[in-house]
Each structure stands twice: as C-alpha cells, then as structure tokens.
Design a protein around this ligand. Structure first.
Ligand SMILES: Nc1ncnc2c1ncn2[C@@H]1O[C@H](COP(=O)(O)OP(=O)(O)OP(=O)(O)O)[C@@H](O)[C@H]1O
Ligand SMILES: [Mg+2]
Length: 155
C-alpha cells in the first residue's frame, strides 16, 4: 500500500457526494474493495459512485443476488458485488467473479476483503468506520500501479 487518505462525512448525502466525486478519478477497469461493518455507509458510497458514472439505475445492496449491474445509456458502467453472504471463496468461481474484476468495467465489492485469497492484484481499498453519531470515516488506499495512479489523481 502506498499513500492513503481519510475523509470524514456527516450524512448519507455527504458519503454519496464523495462517491460521485471519487468516480471522476477512476480509470477503466478499476476495482474498489469496500470494508466496514453493517451500516457503515458502503452502499451509500456506491449510490454516489453509480450516479457519478452516469447511471440512473436504483442502487441497493446486492446481498441476496450477490451482483448488480448498473448501466448508463444502455451500457454497463458499474458492477456491484456484496460478498457478505458467501460462505467461502470457492463460490466466487461459480459467479465468474474474477472475470468481472478483470475487464474494463469498474467493479465495486462490499465486504470485498472477506476472502484474502480473492483480492485482485490491483485495487483501491476503502475502509469505512463509525465516528460519533452520523460521522463516518473512509480511509482510501491503493495496491498496484493503476490504483496508485488513481489515488494520486485525487490529491
Ligand atoms: N455519514 C454517513 N455516511 C453514510 N451513511 C450514513 C451516514 N450517516 C448516517 N448514515 C446512515 O447509515 C446507513 C448506512 O447504510 P449502508 O446501507 O450504506 O451501509 P453498508 O455499509 O452498505 O451496510 P451493509 O454491510 O449492511 O451492506 C444508512 O441508513 C444511512 O442513512
Ligand atoms: Mg451495503
């Protein structure tokens, strides 16, 4: 991991706004691995991300069906996974998970750090944690050259 930064938000709307702004630095094929407890704000961030990527599709946690695809002008712009309900990483192969990570579409994965053997070589990690009240802290770090460049572009 190289440089990191932490931002603090005080409402769901602020977390969405960060997601929308952050979408601007993401290169084609970027992978975002989101970690943090239930209710920490991961899905709120993804709402902003989808909006920033031009999609008007409704964003919800894909907890039961594992993956949602969001489109803009008919084209996929974001794949949204939630691995919370997966029992083991072997199931990821059945979902074609690695094929989704390894293409030109941006992919965001809630609970993406659940299986350490399933992390890609290059990704942005966003760790969500709780502050007082509605405060949330989001710490962003990068692994791999593509993601490290994206992080530098945010600065
Ligand atoms: N600063 C904040 N950022 C994001 N959400 C906030 C904030 N303050 C309050 N909230 C509320 O916290 C909840 C966050 O829910 P969200 O679905 O985004 O969590 P999650 O991390 O995706 O949880 P899960 O692991 O269950 O999918 C929402 O009800 C939202 O309104
Ligand atoms: Mg969620």
């Amino acid at each position: 991991m190289s440089a990191t930064f932490t931002i603090t938000t005080n409402s769901a709307e602020e977390t969405q706004a960060f997601g929308a702004a952050f979408s601007a630095v993401l290169p084609a094929g970027a992978v975002l691995i989101l970690s943090g407890d239930l209710g920490a704000g991961k899905t709120q961030f993804v709402k902003g991300l989808a909006c920033g990527l031009g999609s008007e599709d409704k964003v919800t946690s894909p907890t039961f069906n594992i993956m949602h695809e969001y489109r803009a002008l008919g084209w996929p712009v974001l794949y949204h996974f939630d691995l919370y309900r997966l029992d083991d990483s072997a199931q990821l192969d059945d979902l074609d998970y690695f094929a989704y990570l390894d293409n030109e579409i941006i992919t965001v994965v809630e609970w993406g750090d659940r299986f350490s053997d399933a992390l890609p070589g290059d990704y942005l990690r966003l760790a969500f944690s709780f502050g007082a009240g509605n405060e949330r802290r989001i710490t962003v770090s990068a692994r791999g050259s593509l993601s490290t460049r994206a992080l530098a572009a945010w600065d």
